[in-house]
Ligand binder design. Sequence first.
Ligand SMILES: *Cc1c(COP(=O)(O)O)cnc(C)c1O
Length: 410
Amino acid sequence: MTVTTDLPTDLLRRQDPQMADVLAGERQRQATTLQLIAAENFTSPAVLAALGSPLANKYAEGYPGARHHGGCEYADLAERVAVERAKALFGAEHANVQAHSGSSAVLAAYAALLRPGDTVLAMGLPYGGHLTHGSPANFSGRWFDFVGYGVDAESGLIDYEQVQQLAHAHRPKAIVCGSISYSRHPEYSAFREIADEVGAYLIADAAHPIGLVAGAAAPSPVPYADLVCATTHKVLRGPRGGMILCGREFAERVDRAVFPFTQGGAQMHTIAAKAVAFGEAAAPAFTTYAHRVVSNARELAGALEDLGFAVTTGGTDTHLITADPAPLGLDGPAARGLLAAAGIVLDTCALPYGDQRGIRLGTAAVTTQGMGEGEMLRIAALFASALRGEAAKTRAEVGELTFEFPPYSA
Ligand SMILES: *Cc1c(COP(=O)(O)O)cnc(C)c1O
């Protein structure tokens, strides 16, 4: 076997044409359909280069300077750079960049602060809470006693009086703020006050907005929350992974909760890729990007409202839009199916009222492609023709739009 420093795709094609076809197909799918899944983005070629590097081969249990394996000099460098960049980017005293995913970060955050059986107050799943916020199908719902807060059925906004009442009634050990679909900024100071009133820890699950925080397009939970859990692959545009930010006083507990309590060896190639992404997010261009993500989402939300969608909360402050297609005579799954047939990819989601599902979408990926407000109006027009059932015509127009804004150059 010959070892090369880079692994070109034609090498894979020679060795394993079956899998090369799969990867080429996915690349083509991403480049020729519209990626509106709110949690997705396009990482840079530099991030992909780090992910595909031989650092993937390295075992590095433990932390820089204190590993259980030999040969960690470059692994240590990679992790130290990632940690320093994360701390600087978010103004945090401590960063753990080893969490394998957003869910692993939340698991470790709970492990750092809670014991099984403790009560936790988090957004209820029907209102946009994540699986790790108390779903009976998830460890969180089995090992902790979750109480769910909701949103106001009319406005779709978090009802802070309800959060406060539930906190006083249930005396949770921790309060979690963060959601998979809430399109407005949480009021971190209000959550902090409520947590202090009842002596609870405050955990911010900022998996979605952390990229906007990096680009100064959303308020930061770092000054308010005891622990901030996040992903690195959503708006932040890094590799698939998680991290935890916290003050010095929680540093040791958090590190031990990640390794050895909930994880084994760190994925060093992913950590290197996180460092690359943090470096990109610290550049002025990322601030411009984050603000464009939000202005694009606002434009698209307004255009969807003009088409007849009922947009939850009447708009958005973030990359996220949730909307009810009921006024168009459709539910979320039906709308998603018609859009998918036309090459427009998004999710369904729970709505704050009733049993009917809506749609959830985001502008992180299309903004990375370079699309702006004019393209958001084009996308809304594509929604209209797709929902009229004009799949083939819309699919062709989606092809034209994505051809103008390729995510990766050939
Ligand atoms: C995406 C998300 C997660 C989980 O991230 P994974 O990497 O998919 O495990 C956790 N919490 C919230 C609020 C999220 O949006």
